[in-house]
Design a protein around this ligand. Structure first.
Ligand SMILES: [Zn+2]
Length: 373
């Protein structure tokens, strides 16, 4: 194509009325012709024109008349005008505009969503792959001080409590104990909770110890938290949360979240585990307890007793009782109890003596239990 014709509206910059003109586009510029053009036709070099597109089909052509203060304007509407003009070399290939631009932006957004979703989908397997390649010992080196510094002020353990808890976790973990060697901390917190932290630390609160009445509840909940540690849920979830913080940092330039501090710890605690991780922790906890010959009915017992208390606190309009980690992300309470009851076993061996159980329950109240009998 060396030229094409179309109709346009011509405004000479002097007369207030627009005139119909014929516009010929060729490689050198444009030629306008019509009754309103004094010489019948007027050639304007492309270099003297300013082309402005409104969408793909409309162009406003402005040119300054020589020896005149006035600018003239021609408005042309033609199908696919921007492409035809660029084919003649009058303009650059059109940028996506109008509906095309919207489609282009929508496409870009879709690609970003797909990329982000894929990254999010892959984040879990990648986090677990990394977590599994880090030894428990290395994990402890990386995170031990971090948790201790954040929580030491609330810690109630005496060396006696450490011994009792150590012996109990060794029974639960069996052969894995040597690798994991968990550190269990009793915190002087009133909330009913137990949770695991990066570095193999397991936290149980004074509120939790006050709430439970049966030894197997302590053993069951501890086994659930140790299962999170053993299955690398804690480190993997932490890595996932770091990836989200890293994404936030790169996107918004706020890097403060990447520094491990008590606030990061708090944010991590609030994230919790996935449902899949919770179910796996339940199953594995009961498997460990069954293998160790210990009573494994404690998780369901704790669950039921906490539910009762929670419902009563609702009825009595007491302060809202926070849901502990172990109960936080399960899909269906009934399904969970059924599943637990199907595999748990009542055993004589509760894993801990009554006197030691009472010592732990009093850990934050007094230090008299330090005398081991
Ligand atoms: Zn859990």
């Amino acid at each position: 194509m060396v030229s094409f014709n179309c109709r346009g509206s011509y405004f000479d910059g002097i007369s207030p009325v627009e005139q119909d003109v014929q516009v010929l586009f060729d490689t050198a510029g444009i030629v306008i012709s019509g009754n309103s053009i004094p010489e019948g036709s007027l050639r304007i070099a492309a270099l003297d024109c300013k082309f402005e597109f409104i969408g793909d089909d409309q162009c406003r052509i402005t040119y300054s008349r020589k020896q005149s203060d006035f600018s003239s304007q021609i408005s042309v509407i033609e199908n696919d005008l921007s492409h035809k003009m660029s084919a003649l070399g009058l303009t650059k290939p059109p940028l996506p505009t109008g509906s095309r631009r919207n489609k282009w932006i929508a496409g870009l957004i879709s690609i970003n969503i797909i990329l982000f979703a894929s990254a999010h989908f892959l984040m879990g397997p990648i986090a677990y792959w990394i977590a599994n390649s880090v030894s428990h010992e290395r994990e402890k080196e990386l995170f031990h001080d971090w948790a201790i510094v954040s929580l030491i002020e609330s810690k109630c353990n005496s060396s006696l409590h450490d011994k009792i808890l150590d012996r109990l976790s060794a029974q639960i973990l069996g052969e894995q104990y040597g690798d994991i060697h968990p550190e269990i901390m009793i915190l002087d917190w009133d909330m009913v909770n137990a949770f695991a932290l990066p570095g193999g630390q397991v936290i149980i609160t004074k509120g939790f110890l006050n709430h439970i009445e049966k030894r197997q509840e302590l053993v069951g909940v501890l086994a659930h938290e140790l299962a999170h540690v053993s299955k690398r849920h804690v480190l993997a979830e932490y890595l996932k949360s770091l990836a989200l913080v890293a994404f936030w940092s790169v996107t918004f330039g706020d890097y403060s979240g990447l520094i491990a501090d008590p606030q990061t710890l708090q944010q991590f605690l609030e994230l919790g585990f996935s449902r899949q991780a919770e179910s796996e922790a339940d199953l594995y906890a009961i498997e460990m307890l069954n293998d160790a010959g210990l009573d494994s009915t404690g998780i369901e017992t704790f669950f039921e007793s906490f539910q009762n208390r929670h419902e009563k606190s609702d009825e009595n309009h007491e302060d809202y009782l926070e849901i502990p980690e172990i109960l936080s992300t399960h899909p269906s309470h009934d399904n969970r109890i059924q599943m637990l009851k199907a595999i748990s076993k009542v055993r004589e061996n509760k894993g801990i003596s009554l006197s030691d159980f009472r010592r732990l329950k009093r850990a934050c109240d007094d230090n008299s239990s330090d005398v081991y009998q």
